[in-house]
Design a protein around this ligand. Structure first.
Ligand code: ATP
Length: 358
C-alpha cells in the first residue's frame, strides 16, 4: 500500500470518551513503532454531537466515512438520548446498514491469572450481522415483528444465500490467519430446515474452497453445552445473528466478562472497531473503565486493514498491540478494578502504549 491508512475516531458516549482516547494512543504508538502511516479523522457522534451540533449523527458523517478505510466507534449510550428529539437517533444501526457491515467478529480470549471461569480459551465468534431475527434487520421497510391479534406476535427471521455465504467466507479467511485453522458452523437445521438449512448449505459450499481449514457443524443447543463445558475445543465459529449475539456474550462470560470482549464489524470495503460492551454510564467519568475491549477492537481493525490492503506494517502493528496487552495483563501491576487491580483507565492505556514501544 503506497498511501497512509485513513482511520476515523468516533468517541461515542459515557466511557467511550475515556476508552477511545486510550485506544488511539495505543494504535498511534504501534503505528509509529512499525512505520505504518495513518491519517486520523476525529468526528463528532452521539450525545456530544447532539449538544454541539443538534444531531447524534451529524449530516455528512456517512459521506466522510465513505472516504475512510475504517474507524473506531466508542460505545453509544442511545438509551439516554432525549426521546422527544427527532435528531437524537441511535447511529449504530445506520452505520451497520449503510456500510454493509455483515460480519460481527467477537473474540473470547482468556489470560492466566485473571479472574475467569477458564484460563485457556482462544476462540472467535463470527456472527452474521445484517439478517436473522432482529426486527430492524430483516425487512426493507417496516418492522419484522408484528401482532395480528392482541394475543399473538409473529417474529420473522431472514436468511439469504448471499448473506450466509459472505459471513462463512469471512470466518474461513479469519481461520487462515490462526494456528488451529478450524471453523465450526453453528445452526439448527434439524428444526429450522429451510433457514438454518440454507445457512448450513452455504457454509459447506464455502468450506470446499478452503481445503486447508478443518470444518464441522454443531447444533446450537449442543454447542451451548459444549461451549460452557469445554470452550478450548473451538477456534473460529460462524453462526446466524441471534445465535451469535447470545453465544458471544456467553463466551465473554467464560473468559472474564464484558471488559474483555472486543469486536469488529466488517463489510466488503470497510470495518468498524467496536467493543461488545455498552457505554456503562454507571462508571463513566471516573477513569476506571477497562480499556482492554476497546484497545483490542482497534487492534483487530489494524489486523483486518493489514490483510485487506496487503499492508504488512498494519499486521505487525496489530501483533505488537496483542503482545503488549498480554504483557501488561501478565505483569498484573496496571489493571483496572474490574480485573482486580487499582489502575485508572489512563494508566492501563499508558502501560499498554509503553509496552508497544518497548
Ligand atoms: P448496552 O445495552 O448499551 O449494550 P448494557 O446495559 O449491556 O449496555 P454496559 O454498558 O455494557 O451494559 O455495562 C454492563 C455492566 O458492565 C456495567 O455494570 C458496567 O459498568 C460494566 N462494564 C461495561 N463495560 C465495562 C468496561 N469497559 N470496564 C469496566 N466495566 C464495564
Amino acid at each position: 500500500m503506497n498511501r497512509a491508512l485513513k482511520i476515523g475516531i468516533l468517541e461515542g458516549d459515557d466511557i467511550g470518551l475515556e476508552v477511545v482516547p486510550e485506544t488511539i494512543k495505543v494504535m498511534r504508538a504501534a503505528a509509529q513503532k512499525t512505520g505504518l502511516a495513518i491519517d486520523w479523522f476525529p468526528m463528532p457522534i452521539g450525545r456530544k454531537a447532539l449538544d454541539e451540533l443538534g444531531y447524534t449523527l451529524p449530516p455528512g458523517t456517512l459521506e466522510k466515512l465513505d472516504t475512510l478505510d475504517g474507524w473506531v466507534l466508542g460505545p453509544i449510550g442511545h438509551q439516554a438520548y432525549p426521546k422527544d428529539q427527532p435528531n437524537a437517533i441511535n447511529p449504530h444501526p445506520i452505520l451497520r446498514k449503510h456500510f454493509d457491515l455483515f460480519a460481527n467478529i467477537r473474540p473470547a480470549k482468556s489470560f492466566p491469572g485473571l479472574p475467569a471461569i477458564y484460563q485457556d480459551v482462544d476462540l472467535i465468534m463470527v456472527r452474521e450481522n445484517n439478517e436473522g431475527f432482529p426486527p430492524d434487520r430483516n425487512v426493507y421497510l417496516g418492522n419484522g415483528e408484528f401482532r395480528p391479534t392482541p394475543d399473538m406476535t409473529i417474529s420473522i427471521r431472514l436468511i439469504t444465500r448471499p448473506g450466509s455465504s459472505k459471513v462463512a467466507r469471512a470466518a474461513f479467511e479469519l481461520a487462515r490467519t490462526r494456528p488451529r485453522k478450524k471453523v465450526t458452523a453453528v445452526h439448527k437445521n434439524t428444526v429450522f430446515k429451510l433457514g438454518c438449512g440454507m445457512f448450513a448449505e452455504e457454509c459447506r459450499k464455502v468450506a470446499q474452497d478452503y481445503p486447508d481449514i478443518a470444518f464441522d457443524e454443531v447444533m446450537v443447543d449442543t454447542f451451548g453445552m459444549r461451549l460452557v463445558m469445554k470452550p478450548q475445543q473451538f477456534d473460529v465459529i460462524v453462526t446466524t445473528n441471534t445465535f451469535g449475539d447470545i453465544l458471544s456474550d456467553v463466551a465473554a462470560g467464560l473468559v472474564g466478562g464484558l471488559g474483555l470482549a472486543p469486536g469488529l464489524s466488517a463489510g466488503p470495503e470497510r470495518a468498524m472497531a467496536q467493543a461488545t460492551h455498552g457505554s456503562a454510564p454507571d462508571i463513566a467519568g471516573k477513569n476506571i473503565a477497562n480499556p482492554y475491549a476497546m484497545i483490542m477492537s482497534g487492534q483487530m481493525l489494524l489486523a483486518w486493514l493489514g490483510h485487506k490492503h496487503a499492508e504488512p506494517k498494519a499486521v505487525t502493528a496489530a501483533q505488537r498491540i496483542e503482545r503488549a496487552m498480554a504483557r501488561v495483563i501478565g505483569d498484573g501491576k496496571t489493571l483496572t478494578p474490574d480485573l482486580g487491580g487499582k489502575a485508572t483507565t489512563v494508566q492501563m492505556g499508558d502501560a499498554v502504549a509503553a509496552q508497544v514501544q518497548a
